[in-house]
Design a protein around this ligand. Structure first.
Ligand SMILES: Cc1cc2nc3c(=O)[nH]c(=O)nc-3n(C[C@H](O)[C@H](O)[C@H](O)COP(=O)(O)O)c2cc1C
Length: 294
């Protein structure tokens, strides 16, 4: 194994697995893959299933959300054992027709009940999944994890991804089972209430001396929460809690406010993450809402 590949695997990053993609192309199936990503893990996975995965924040700009294919896939991060609000919105508004529907949910530490939660939620919106699987990747949840420590952990992405590609290639039926671990339904509910009612000004702290007003935060925000005012960078509005603004700021000018008295807002405000297979440009193309910053 070359030094480069070894370092890549240690960072928990899988090289692209081309064999299964080629196999599916040869089958001549029409496959649509929709994704949401903040730090690139889910886009990296989505790209294993399609050469042209479609960004959910961009699709949501369209008037008509009606999709039909041989296979439809959803790839997105686990947020508190459930789906990001923007993913829920897309599935609620859209119509998806395919004989085989699959979902792959990226997570960083404990997937708990996310597969079953998503299976039930999607079904209520009329989207019946044949396959829902989770895949362990770098955990980008800054309140709990230090990105430098996370990137040093080998998360077996290559092996797990190969298995999922194999399953979906064979149109397997499966929903990953729940493992509550030390979580309870009540604890999950409290955590979800906190996360999914977040606003940008409650979540974020700006280190003004570091801000270069480059507006990278505005470019990567799927909710269009940032702008430049007379006093510099401004942010407000319903927040996805995706942390794209924090992770991609080139100057590490954005940090997290403490959620609880006496607790630090995050483990390491100097450590940030972007999946090394994904460029900043790809994140911007995925999430950018307006042209006001160009
Ligand atoms: C607000 C938030 C909540 C999260 N909740 C969980 C969780 O409950 N369990 C878990 O294992 N990972 C959790 N994560 C980690 C992400 O699911 C994981 O790092 C994911 O791969 C990030 O995907 P992305 O790079 O496509 O944005 C959370 C991350 C964020 C930002």
């Amino acid at each position: 194994m070359g030094a480069g590949l070894a370092a890549t695997l240690m960072a928990g990053i899988a090289p692209r697995t081309h064999a299964a993609i080629l196999k599916d192309r040869a089958n001549g199936k029409k496959r649509l893959v929709f994704y949401f990503t903040a730090t690139g893990n889910s886009l990296f996975i989505a790209k294993q299933f399609s050469d042209n995965p479609l960004s959910i924040p961009q699709e949501l700009k369209k008037d008509e959300l009606v999709y039909e294919a041989d296979e439809i896939g959803f790839v997105f991060p686990d947020y508190v054992a459930s789906a990001p609000m923007i993913v829920r919105e897309f599935v609620t508004k859209g119509t998806f027709k395919a004989p085989y529907i699959f979902s792959v949910i990226t997570y960083g530490n404990a997937s708990v009940s996310v597969a079953e939660w998503w299976n039930d939620f999607a079904k209520e919106q009329g989207v019946v999944n044949n396959y829902v699987q989770t895949i362990l990747m770098v955990d980008v949840y800054l309140p709990v994890f230090d990105m430098n420590e996370q990137m040093a952990i080998d998360k077996n992405i290559d092996e797990n991804l190969a298995m999922i590609l194999e399953d979906i290639g064979a149109q397997k039926n499966f929903v990953a089972p729940t493992d509550m671990g030390f979580f309870t339904e009540e604890r999950l509910k409290n955590m979800r209430d906190h996360h999914f009612s977040m606003t940008a000004d409650r979540l974020l702290e700006l280190r003004k001396d570091r801000c270069a007003e480059c507006l990278t935060c505005a470019d990567v925000c799927p909710r269009d929460n940032f702008s430049l005012g007379e006093d510099g960078l401004q942010y407000a509005g319903q927040c996805e809690f995706c942390l794209a603004c924090v992770h991609h700021c080139p100057h590490k000018a954005l940090t997290l406010k403490s959620a609880r008295e006496g607790w630090p807002g995050e483990r390491n405000p100097e450590a940030r993450f972007r999946n090394p297979n994904i460029s900043l440009r790809e994140i911007i193309r995925s999430n950018k809402q307006t042209n006001k910053t160009v």
